[in-house]
Design a protein around this ligand. Sequence first.
Ligand code: FES
Length: 106
Amino acid sequence: MPDITFVTHDGERFTIEAESGLSLMENALNNSVTGIDADCGGACACGTCHVFVEATWLSAIGEADAMEEAMLGMRPDRAEVSRLSCQIEVTDALDGMVVNLPEFQM
Ligand code: FES
């Protein structure tokens, strides 16, 4: 059960005991983390599960695929560390990861 911390744009922190094998988005919703809307239910079609992953964790979660890249490209607030949380599978290796939430998902 890796611990993962979500930090909202206004600084509120949610540390959850995440379930490996589920996506980061599913874990956020299951733990009532505010700021993850996930309007498309994880189909990589809405971009409302956008997170900013702390840079030191990027190699642990792997690269975004072409579909995720295309969806991220539509986000005006996209950054180098942007990812879609529905496309990140939680593993035990992500214990301690911190992700920040965009201003427009509150
Ligand atoms: Fe829609 Fe992730 S939930 S893109």
